[in-house]
Design a protein around this ligand. Structure first.
Ligand code: BG6
Ligand code: MG
Length: 220
């Protein structure tokens, strides 16, 4: 197998936005009288905005009408936007730009595959919007990870066969989505958690073109 495209999840792979999601969800949970801690927040990684709200409501055994759910999801997003609006390029995770540039220089296409509807805003704030050949995000997909839709969309936008794509993901749901898309997947985080990945590194600062080539050889 020869990699023709690398598809990067955004939150937790290129930027660390989990802390901002947590602060905004925590504020909402408090308003709803629901206890919510950092451990609960782990369950929201890679999960869409509405599905995240459902998890929080379930934790507090709170039931709401569809209209109220939409109201609270919008409220949370407003608070979250206050944080991400202030993001600067120094919030890019270590090694991310270097690795993306390394693969680009090797002629490999690069895309974003993220559940977030805030993807364009975040990319703009950290100054990397123009680095990518394609951006597939929460604004153009209807099915959440582990459904492969977002990664298949990215491959289609790049005009690349899914079997020639490698995904970089920090969430279990995202790794399953990559597998469901028939793509190789490199986990970003702990190998104990990301068991389904083809290979795991702690961050893109541990990645290199050489490691990617080694994985290709191992697979074929
Ligand atoms: C994912 C995050 O990338 O995007 C989730 O890991 C988040 O935590 C999801 O809920 C949707 O994000 P947004 O920005 O559309 O609310
Ligand atoms: Mg992620």
């Amino acid at each position: 197998m020869k990699t023709e495209a690398c598809i990067f999840d955004l939150d937790g792979v290129i930027v660390d936005t989990a802390k901002y999601h947590f602060r905004a969800w925590k504020r909402l949970a408090e308003q709803l009288g629901i206890e919510f801690n950092e451990r609960d927040n782990e369950r929201l990684k890679g999960v869409s905005r509405m599905a995240s709200l459902e998890i929080i409501l379930e934790l507090g055994r709170v039931q709401l009408s569809q209209g109220k759910k939409e109201y609270f999801a919008t409220l949370k997003n407003g608070w979250y936007n206050e944080y991400i609006n202030k993001m600067k390029p120094d919030e890019l995770l270590p090694g991310s730009i270097e690795f993306i540039n390394e693969v680009k220089n090797a002629g490999i296409h690069v895309a974003i595959g993220s559940a977030s509807k805030n993807t364009p805003l975040i990319l703009e704030r950290v100054g990397i919007h123009d680095m990518f050949d394609a951006i597939a995000d929460g604004n153009i997909v209807s099915k959440a990870k582990p459904d492969p839709e977002v990664f298949l969309k990215a491959a289609e936008m790049l005009n690349t066969d899914p079997s020639k794509c490698v995904v970089f993901e920090d969430a279990v749901a995202g790794i399953l989505a990559a597998r469901n898309a028939g793509m190789l997947c490199i986990g970003i985080g702990s190998s104990q958690v990301l068991k389904e990945a083809d290979m795991v590194v702690r961050g893109l600062n541990e990645m290199s073109l050489e490691k990617l080539k080694n994985l290709e050889e191992k697979i074929s």
